[in-house]
Design a binder for this molecule. Structure first.
Ligand SMILES: [Zn+2]
Length: 484
């Protein structure tokens, strides 16, 4: 089959859903199937984002930096130039559509409720639905918008009403969208998975000072243990000692900020009298823009201006430079985030296993959690409310049986959550190894070695192979550089 006829077939495919299978000789058809398989293989290998609210497990999310299907098609042709004439955009995008892939917008831009109402309204208008029903939908949308603004109003109001009261703090926190490493600016980079650097940030709304907890994805995970460990350090070492009451604004991510472990931790702080009252406010998902996002935005702008990033220290420097007026407090999680893993003066906290400790005393399942908008911790009670406009009146029981001594015992004997670096998926290690060929690392860089330190013993051969390969590549790269 000539390339022309193949192209014709590709183009026919667009308009003609009938399959020509068996009409022509079988070999060209097989070739086409091979090409399709290669495209599918490539699409499967793209680095998808972890779902944040995981509303639909079948949808895969790609970072918006991939831009568009056209851009991904271009990347495919870059790495498989032999398909340049055969795989045009339409052919590629048709296969791409089979995968149910969405480009992930910043999470603050998407609200399922808003989207749902808007779709219903536009459908109702198309279908000539009665004006009464359309008005009802429009009214529901308007009410939802008013309701969702309450989160912002409360935040603003608490910030100003507590401004001169040093016993009250107003904070918000969240994880930043991860920072990737290394950034080589090669074409390869777009479809290889990279190392994620995590940043959990806490912003004090009254002083406008933010604290960033930074770690590599193999230092710790992104769950309740990490969130509680960071908050624990913040409350003990950074927050003003006069504070007795805290107002917290946070998004609804269950695995991080809205779970029984975090609630048990806050409850404990009030029970022991460290604070008189702690209140958490949760927004409607998608209406959760907070001051900490502004801090992350500054880092993001600075990151986009930076050309190549080979070692984590560069991110640390970049974050330090992102807000010179009111510099961020930086804290490392579990290990130093630099090329030689040496103490560089930035404090390091250890992630404790709160989840394991608290599991012994907490109920296995809590009802109502997803709708909860306010959780209030007072001396002898946890109260919840499903509406940001109303006072908390319903008590929430999170313990199997609340024996105070048990909780003290657990808190005082928490284990470290990890004894070693976390394992990284094999394909990511291979991708990393390919990317490291394009990096120039300073002497005594051992940061990347930590990714190979937790491999199973059976993979020693591979590990040594990869490791030596990387070292050789780096040496030859730096030789090339020094000759220039
Ligand atoms: Zn909404």
């Amino acid at each position: 089959m000539t390339q022309n006829s193949l192209r014709n077939k590709v183009q026919n495919n667009r308009n003609d859903s009938r399959d020509n299978r068996g009409v022509h000789e079988s070999r060209p058809h097989r070739k086409l199937e091979f090409i399709k398989d290669d495209i599918k293989e490539f699409i499967k290998s793209l680095p998808y984002e972890e779902p944040h609210y995981s509303s639909n497990k079948n949808v895969k999310y790609l970072d918006t930096e991939f831009g568009s299907v056209a851009n991904i098609h271009r990347i495919f042709i870059d790495i498989r130039p032999e398909y340049k004439s055969e795989v045009n955009y339409h052919f590629f995008s048709k296969i791409f559509k089979e995968f149910n892939i969405k480009f992930k917008k910043p999470k603050s831009d998407i609200c399922e409720t808003c989207e749902n109402f808007k779709t219903q309204i536009s459908n109702a208008k198309k279908l000539n639905t009665s004006q009464i029903e359309i008005s009802k939908l429009e009214n529901d949308l308007k009410n939802h918008e008013i309701e969702s603004k309450k989160f912002y109003e409360l935040k603003k109001q608490l910030k100003s009403s507590t401004l001169n009261d040093s016993s009250q703090a107003v904070i918000c926190y969240d994880f930043m969208k991860h920072l990737s490493l290394p950034i080589t600016k090669t074409n390869l980079e777009y479809y290889l998975s990279k190392i994620s650097i995590h940043n959990f940030g806490i912003h004090d709304l009254k002083s406008n000072k933010a604290t960033m907890f930074l770690y590599s994805e193999n230092y710790a995970a992104k769950g309740p243990n990490e969130v509680i460990s960071c908050i624990n350090y913040y409350l003990n070492s950074i927050l003003d000692k006069n504070v007795k009451q805290i107002h917290i604004f946070s998004d609804n991510c269950y695995s991080q900020n809205k779970n029984k472990y975090l609630w048990a931790f806050y409850d404990h702080l009030v029970k022991i009298g460290k604070f008189d009252k702690i209140t958490i406010y949760y927004p409607f998902p998608g209406h959760s823009l907070m001051e900490i996002d502004g801090d992350f935005g500054k880092i993001e702008i600075n990151r986009k201006r930076t050309d190549k990033i080979y070692i984590p220290n560069q991110y640390i420097q970049l974050i330090k430079n992102s807000n010179l007026k009111n510099p961020y407090n930086l804290v490392y999680v579990n290990y130093p985030l630099n090329h030689n893993l040496k103490n560089d003066g930035i404090p390091i906290i250890k992630v404790k296993n709160y989840k394991k400790g608290f599991s012994q005393i907490l109920k296995s399942k809590l009802n109502f959690c997803s709708n909860v908008k306010i959780v209030e911790f007072v001396k002898n009670d946890i109260k919840i409310c499903v509406n940001l406009r109303e006072p908390c009146n319903t008590s929430l029981e999170i313990y199997k049986n609340s024996d105070m001594n048990e909780i003290f015992e657990i808190i005082n004997n928490l284990e470290n959550a990890y004894n070693n670096y976390l394992p990284i998926k094999r394909n990511k290690l291979f991708d990393l190894h390919r990317l490291l060929k394009y990096t120039i690392l300073p002497d005594n860089t051992i940061f990347y070695d930590t990714f190979y330190s937790n491999e199973s013993p059976t993979s020693n051969i591979n590990r040594n192979f990869l490791h030596n390969y990387i070292i050789k590549q780096n040496q030859s790269n730096s030789n090339k550089m020094s000759k220039k």
